[in-house]
Design a protein around this ligand. Structure first.
Ligand code: CO
Length: 134
């Protein structure tokens, strides 16, 4: 069912320092910061030839990333995103499989204006998984 790896998201305590590591030390193309207040994050996109890395920094106290950084003060991998062709079919398959979909179990519009689901890490090898209809 899953297709391409769309992105890997890394939560970071210092967005500019993280951008410098990817731009200067690793030599990648790095975007300007993009504010996504409705998702409680500021994001920098790192474009790689075959996928993207998203550097996530909290925006606002209610940000889900703020809580993550409390447990992981130096940052860490937050989630991994796989593409699916049909998000409704994916939601149904997760329900049938007994895998937990976060929130109300239905797709919502994600940070890239595409429908997404987030899956419980305990059901997926300890990794928060995002499914995005590409
Ligand atoms: Co994501």
């Amino acid at each position: 069912m899953i297709g391409k790896l769309n992105h890997v998201a890394i939560a970071v305590p210092d967005l500019e320092a993280a951008a410098a590591i990817y731009r200067d030390t690793l030599g990648a193309n790095v975007s300007e910061p993009v504010e996504l207040p409705e998702h409680g994050v500021i994001t920098i996109f790192v474009e790689l030839p075959n996928t993207k890395i998203e550097l996530l920094h909290p925006m606002g106290d209610a940000s889900p990333i703020a809580k993550f950084l409390q447990s992981n003060p130096s940052g860490g991998m937050h989630h991994i995103c796989y593409e699916v062709e049909d998000i409704e079919a994916a939601a149904t398959k997760m329900q049938e499989s007994g895998a937990r979909v976060l929130g109300n179990g239905r797709p919502k519009i994600g940070a890239h204006n595409k429908p997404v689901l987030f899956l419980h890490p305990k059901d997926f090898c300890g990794t928060l998984v995002e499914l995005e209809q590409a």
